[in-house]
Write a protein that binds this ligand. Structure first.
Ligand SMILES: Nc1ncnc2c1ncn2[C@@H]1O[C@H](COP(=O)(O)OP(=O)(O)OP(=O)(O)O)[C@@H](O)[C@H]1O
Ligand code: NI
Length: 317
C-alpha cells in the first residue's frame, strides 16, 4: 500500500442554520471534530448508523453541502487546501462520487449520454464501451433509459460513470443497498480494482461485514463524530477493538450473536457533553462528561477515556 495521503480531513465541523418557531435562529451541529485520511491505493470504510453524518462527510469533500450549511476545519487534497474553487475543478474528474441512490440517474436521458456526460468524442465513446464491458454490461445498455435497467445494472452504470475518468479519489456512498450478497461482493471487487490502480476510496456503508472484507481501515461514526478508527483486521477479534460502541457493533454482527445494544444514537439537538456514547455505555464514569480527545492506539485512534484506563492497568500489571 502506498503511503501518500490523497485526502486528509482535520477537525471537520458542519452545522446547519435553522429557524425555530419561525424567527429564532439555531445552529444544528451535525458533524464535530471529525478526522479522516485516505492514502493512495487505500480503501477506508466509514461505517455508522443512519443520521451519523456519513453522507454529509461525502458532500463536504465534494463541496456540495446545502446553502444553509456552515463548514469548519480543513480538507487537504494532495496536501493542498481543498476549497470551493478547487472542488469545482476536481469534482467529477479527479474526485468522483458513486451516489447513494440510483435515482441520481437522469430518467429522461439515455445511459450512454449520461456515462459520456453528453460528449460525442470518439475517444470518450470508445472508453465508455470499454468500461461497460469492464463492469459486465452489454454494449446496447447505452441506448437504454434508466427505467429499462434492473437495480443491479443501474448500480453498475453509476460505477461505470464514476470510473470513466480514472479518478484519484472515489467516494462510494452506500453503493450496495438492495443488492444480494453476491452482487454486493462483486461491487466491492470494482472498488478494490480502483484502489489497486492507485486511487483512494472512501466507502460509506451501513454494512460492517462488507466494510471489513473490503477496506483496509474502518472509521466508525457516531452522532456526527469519529469514535474509532482502526484496521479491518482489528475486527477479527473483539479484544482488538477499543470503543464500547465499536465493540457493540461487533457483537451485533450475525456471526457474533446479533447482540442488541440498548438505546439509540442521540438526536442532533440532544448531543451530550463529552462522550457522545455515554448514555448507552455501561462503563460510563464522571470523567466521560469532559472533553474526550481522539487518542492514538496501536491500530488507529479512539475517542474514549476508558482506553487510557485500560493502558494504565496493563502498565501496572
Ligand atoms: N440540509 C439539512 N438540514 C438540516 N439537517 C440536515 C441536513 N442534511 C442532513 N441533516 C442532518 O445531518 C445528520 C447527518 O445526515 P447524513 O445524511 O450525513 O447521515 P447518514 O449517516 O448519511 O445517514 P444514512 O445512513 O441514513 O444515509 C442527520 O441528523 C440529518 O438529519
Ligand atoms: Ni447517507
Amino acid at each position: 500500500m502506498e503511503n501518500k495521503r490523497i485526502l486528509e480531513i482535520n477537525n471537520l465541523a458542519i452545522s446547519f442554520e435553522q429557524y425555530e418557531y419561525g424567527t429564532r435562529k439555531t445552529k444544528l451541529p451535525v458533524i464535530r471534530d471529525l478526522n479522516v485520511s485516505v492514502g493512495g491505493g487505500e480503501i477506508v470504510a466509514v461505517v455508522g448508523a443512519s443520521g451519523s453524518g456519513k453522507s454529509l462527510l461525502a458532500h463536504a469533500i465534494l463541496g456540495i453541502l446545502p446553502y444553509n450549511a456552515e463548514q469548519k476545519g480543513t480538507i487537504l487534497y494532495n496536501r493542498e487546501i481543498l476549497d470551493g474553487k478547487k472542488q469545482a475543478q476536481l469534482r467529477g474528474r479527479k474526485i468522483v462520487l458513486v451516489p447513494q441512490s440510483v435515482n441520481c440517474l437522469d430518467p429522461l436521458m439515455k445511459i450512454g449520454a449520461q456515462i459520456c456526460k453528453n460528449s460525442k468524442k470518439q475517444a470518450v465513446v470508445e472508453r465508455m464501451k470499454q468500461m461497460l464491458s469492464c463492469y459486465g454490461l452489454r454494449e446496447d445498455v447505452r441506448k437504454m433509459y434508466p427505467f429499462e435497467l434492473s437495480g443491479g445494472m443501474a448500480r453498475r452504470v453509476l460505477i461505470t460513470t464514476a470510473d470513466m475518468e480514472q479518478a484519484d479519489f472515489v467516494i462510494a456512498d452506500e453503493p450496495t443497498p438492495g443488492l444480494d450478497r453476491e452482487l454486493a461482493c462483486r461491487t466491492m471487487e470494482y472498488f478494490k480494482g480502483m484502489a489497486n490502480r492507485g486511487a483512494g476510496v472512501l466507502l460509506i456503508t451501513h454494512d460492517l461485514e462488507l466494510a471489513i472484507t473490503t477496506a483496509d481501515r474502518i472509521v466508525v461514526l457516531y452522532a456526527g463524530t469519529a469514535i474509532e478508527e482502526t484496521t479491518a483486521e482489528a475486527f477479527q477479534n473483539e479484544n482488538t477493538l477499543f470503543h464500547p460502541y465499536t465493540k457493540a457493533l461487533w457483537r451485533a454482527m450475525p456471526q457474533h450473536g446479533f447482540a442488541v445494544c440498548e438505546g439509540t444514537q442521540p438526536f442532533v439537538t440532544r448531543i451530550p457533553k463529552g462522550c457522545v456514547f455515554k448514555q448507552r455505555c455501561n462503563m460510563c464514569q464522571m470523567n466521560c462528561s469532559k472533553e474526550i480527545p481522539y487518542i492514538q492506539t496501536d491500530t488507529g485512534y479512539v475517542r474514549c477515556i476508558g482506553y487510557n484506563r485500560k493502558c494504565e492497568r496493563n502498565d501496572n500489571e
